[in-house]
Every structure is written in structure tokens, then in C-alpha cells.
Design a protein around this ligand. Structure first.
Ligand code: A3P
Length: 325
């Protein structure tokens, strides 16, 4: 029998079994053999019970802020690099392993009543995320927010401009959405990032290939924006979190901000920063018409998915479907 030092042996192993190079982390406590060798100092409870998966620009930060107001809902520690987002299941953080992920969360003081969660808005459209999330957190509940994908794309473009993305500064919104294969590569790439998250039905179907529909809550972003207290009641019911938190008393509409904000003592308000609820010109009609056509088939598919799930259609979707008839 021959062997090699551990690192060389590992290289040899992954040369032979290339398909195993990409790990798929599972919960160590789900398998007795793993649990038995798992350190006594570690707990498997330091993992989220639910994920806010995005997509970006639909109101995910507002939902995040509202969730944190609940006494038993606790998020990850702030990550200085990605702001509040852990972005574990997407990108390179996944390869840092589950210890790294667990270290992103505080120890829950009561594993039954505490609800750990994280919000990473790029999970929604990332190819590899549903499979990875289901492997580690098969019981996790998922929350997604949908707004008109055309408005989402426009808000995302404005977001890139304010972050001084060179391509977004150089090209108009219409140029971005209508670029063809002959357009400069940077423009084509920006276009993909702008438009692909709005293919809602395809992304939802990918999540549903790994999670049962009962674990997925789809929020109408318009409703979250106009009646957050009602939506938060729905969210609490879906999560099964206690005690019931009265958002009607805890939120107030701030006329200056033009959005609902957290009500603090002495009538002060805590609203999201300037980068949420930005002021920018309304989308021009040519761009709106272009995107309406672009998203038509995706929206038809979305209406079928929502119908199958027994979910009501948001008003923007009903309006878009009327344009088809
Ligand atoms: P705009 O800045 O384009 O208006 P996300 O947090 O997912 O990036 O979404 C940002 C969007 O959330 C904002 O887009 C804004 O329209 C919407 N939003 C919904 N409720 C909000 C609230 N209470 N405060 C601020 N923005 C809110």
C-alpha cells in the first residue's frame, strides 16, 4: 500500500475525481457520522433560518431594515467589504467554507425563538445559489420581492451611474437596453447585468427545483413600498416568528423622504440613506416600450408560475399582460 503526504494526496485525489473539486457544503449536524466528529465548541444552530434572496433594487434593504426591527429576528454581522451582505452562496466566499459562513452570524441565544437571516440580493439570479443553499439549508425559508422588471432595470442603471460605473456613465439607458452583438463588450456586459435579473420566471423555477413552494414567499414590491405594515404581517406569518410585532405602530410615512421609515422616540424617523429611494428623471417612453416588449415572454411565464403557486398577480404584471392582448 502506497500513500503520500496529506497535501499531495489531496491533489492526487482531486486529479482523479475532478468533479468533486467544487464543494457542496451540507449541514454537518444532518449526518450522525459528521456530528460525531464535529467539535463540541461548534453549533449547527449558527445558520440562517431564512434568506432574503433579492433581486437587487426591488426594496430588499427596506425589507432588511424592517425585519431587524423585530426583537427575535437577527441578521449576520456587518461585512466591511460587501456592506451588509454576506454573499456566501454566490461567488468566492462559498469556497471559504461553512465555518466562515457560521462566523458571519452571532450565536442565537434561544434556538427556537431566534430567527437568524441574511439578505444577499444577488442570490436570486445566480445560477449556482439554489443548489448550494438547498444543500446547506434545506429547511430555510426564502423571501423574494418583485417589481416591474423594467423599473428594476432602470433603478439598477441609476444605481450604477451613482457608483460611477464607467459604462453606465458613458451610455444612455436606451443604449444599454438596446445594445446588440456588435456593441462594445463593456456595454453588452452592462446590459446583461441590467436585464437578466428581470427574467423572474426562470429564476423562480430554478429555486423551485430545489425548494418546495411552501418555503418561498413572493412579495409584491409595490405593496411593500406603499403598505409595509401589511406586508410585514404577512412575512411574520410566513416565517412563524413570535411575538407578533406591530409594524403599524413602528413605521411612519416620511413625506420628505417619500417612503415609509422606522419611527423612533420623540417622533424622529430612521429612513434608508440617500442611495435608497433616489431622485432621478422618469424613464422615457421609448425605453419603457422597448422593455415592455423585451420582458413580455418572461412576464407571461411569470404569470403562469404565480397561477400555479396560487399567488395573486401584482398590478404591474396585470397591466403588462393587458398590453399583450
Ligand atoms: P430607487 O432608489 O431606485 O427608488 P434595494 O434595497 O433592493 O436596492 O432597493 C432599492 C429600492 O427600494 C429603491 O429604489 C426604492 O424605490 C425601494 N424602496 C421600497 N421601500 C423603500 C423604503 N421604505 N425606503 C427607501 N426605498 C424603498
Amino acid at each position: 500500500l502506497q500513500t503520500l503526504p496529506p497535501i499531495q494526496l489531496a491533489h492526487k485525489y482531486f486529479d482523479l475525481f475532478q468533479e468533486q473539486r467544487d464543494p457542496l457544503w451540507q449541514n454537518p449536524c444532518d449526518d450522525r457520522r459528521h456530528r460525531d466528529i464535529w467539535s463540541r465548541d461548534k453549533t449547527c444552530e449558527r445558520l440562517p433560518k431564512f434568506l432574503v434572496i433579492g433581486p437587487q433594487k426591488t426594496g430588499t434593504t427596506a425589507l432588511y431594515l424592517f425585519l431587524l426591527m423585530h426583537p427575535n429576528i437577527i441578521s449576520n454581522f456587518a461585512n466591511p467589504k460587501t456592506f451588509e451582505e454576506v454573499q456566501f452562496f454566490s461567488g468566492n466566499n462559498y469556497h471559504k467554507g461553512i465555518d466562515w459562513y457560521m462566523d458571519s452570524f452571532p450565536y442565537p441565544s434561544n434556538t427556537t425563538s431566534d430567527f437568524l437571516f441574511e439578505k444577499s440580493a444577488n442570490y436570486f439570479h445566480s445560477e449556482e445559489v439554489p443548489k448550494r443553499a438547498a444543500a446547506l439549508l434545506p429547511k430555510a425559508k426564502l423571501i423574494t420581492i418583485l417589481i416591474d422588471p423594467s423599473d428594476r432595470a432602470y433603478s439598477w442603471y441609476q444605481h450604477q451611474r451613482s457608483h460611477k460605473d464607467p459604462a453606465a456613465l458613458k451610455f444612455s439607458f436606451y443604449e444599454v437596453i438596446s445594445a446588440d452583438q456588435n456593441a462594445p463588450l463593456e456595454l453588452q456586459m452592462l446590459q446583461r447585468r441590467c436585464l437578466v435579473p428581470g427574467w423572474y420566471a426562470s429564476h423562480i423555477e430554478r429555486w423551485l427545483a430545489y425548494f418546495p413552494p411552501s418555503q418561498l414567499l413572493i412579495i409584491d414590491g409595490q405593496h411593500l413600498r406603499s403598505e409595509p405594515a401589511t406586508v410585514m404581517d404577512e412575512v411574520q406569518k410566513f416565517l412563524g416568528v413570535f411575538p407578533h410585532y406591530n409594524y403599524s405602530d413602528a413605521l411612519t410615512f416620511d413625506p420628505q423622504k417619500g417612503f415609509w421609515c422606522q419611527l423612533l422616540e420623540e417622533g424622529k424617523t430612521k429612513c434608508l440613506g440617500k442611495n435608497k429611494g433616489r431622485k432621478y428623471p422618469t424613464m422615457d417612453l421609448e425605453a419603457r416600450a422597448f422593455l415592455s416588449t423585451y420582458y413580455q415572454d418572461h412576464n407571461i411565464e411569470l404569470s403562469k408560475v404565480l397561477h400555479r403557486l396560487g399567488q395573486p398577480l401584482p398590478s404591474w404584471l396585470r397591466q403588462e399582460l393587458q398590453k399583450v392582448r
